[in-house]
Design a protein around this ligand. Sequence first.
Ligand code: NAD
Ligand code: UDP
Length: 435
Amino acid sequence: MAKRVLISGGAGFVPSHLCDRFLADGWQVLAVDNFCTGRRSNIAHLAENPNFELMEQDVSTAFTVAGPLAAVLHFASPASPVDYMKLPIETLQVGSLGTMNLLEIAREKQARFLMASTSEIYGDPLEHPQRESYLGNVSSIGPRSVYDEAKRFSEAAVMGWRNARGVDTKIIRIFNTYGPRMKSGDGRVVSNFIVQALRGEKLTVYGDGQQTRSFCYVSDLVDGIVRVLENGDHMPYNLGNPGEFTMLELVQEIAKQVGNVDVQFLPLPKDDPTRRKPDITRASRDLGWTPKVPLQQGLVAMIADLRARLANGDAEMRAMLALGAIALSCLATGCKNDGCPPLAGPWKGFEKVSGFDVECCAKENTFAKHGHYIAYFHKTRKKAMEGVYVDDVRTGLWHAWKKSGTYDLGACYDDKGIELWRESDEAKAKARACP
Ligand code: NAD
Ligand code: UDP
């Protein structure tokens, strides 16, 4: 019988590629995801595969799995700085409760456990390049700490379960990875720059652009993960591409492929690491692993993927506009924990699209609290919208709105998709009506 692997976060960027790889290698795959940052479209192509199962589940809440498991791969966690700063509590929970829940499942099933840790556990490193023996320079209270410390706790939990409960464990520390399926709006630098370049917008370089990162193409990472799972020992392995680029060099690499680009310099986020480059001696010596895809080549695939997705997103957006009026509203005052409030005043006649409600509601507080936006569609048009994933809708809207440079609080379109008005000021937006 085929071996079965549980992949937490299976609908995410990296883990969806792992699902593909394990299925191709003849495994049965159980992806467990709550879609807080993942996308259904990442795994939509697997829906009909009899060896693939999806469990919609928050791994931070204790749960059980029926049937045998040979391996548990813990990849669930918001991963981009924008995502984990938007979801700080969830990030802490998935790195602590989620890790312990999955370690217990691995123990019960006598499955091998692999933890997706991160180069972030080195913080703003004082050693360069970073070896696995480096203990890090991490702020426990800074803006990145919810992610960095959650991952550090995860590593400690893995060692604890290994030493005290005999679980067969592996730890990988992933350095910046990019490739197809990366969310276009998740704020990470490669996707940000490519989307901006494709849209003819200025590339947002934070700080002076001299900070460095090492970018690993996703297929190389997946190959390294499989090698660690199969043949690695229990001590951490750095997995990343040692090629090191400043952010301005990344701009140049993208410009070579997309054409002329313009940049704008924005403030460097607090605690943004200044240098990062993995020492991968351990993985290459012990496992024969070296990344094969140079940045220039990986960018070709990533640009093609984003170009196609943006074209689809734009088409989807145009289709939505053509279908009828759309309102966007920041419901900071109107949203409740227990459900979707009915819209009143200028928003009367708009409602969430049937079928999206569960996800919309689950995310509403997070979105509203942080000033992000929720899509509402005029109720007479909702039928036509069925079948479109909410995440994809959101991505489309996000880009459409970000274009203006401000996040508009409300807008109204006529049924031909002509914009009637838009407002960035909440009070003014709420005071206006859609005809
Ligand atoms: P991603 O956001 O695309 O994927 C993460 C997935 O986890 C999403 O599908 C999300 O919905 C799911 N998830 C989050 N919390 C969950 C929960 N409580 N229960 C169930 N599912 C949950 O991010 P990614 O870039 O693919 O990263 C995947 C993993 O790899 C993360 O653990 C991340 O920390 C790690 N990692 C990634 C990188 C990188 O460069 N991509 C670098 C270092 C580490
Ligand atoms: N960055 C940037 N412009 C952007 C997004 C990110 O200059 O639009 C910089 C960011 O300040 C950091 C680097 O790119 O120095 C990598 O950021 P990312 O969010 O991709 O990953 P991480 O900081 O977690 O390595």
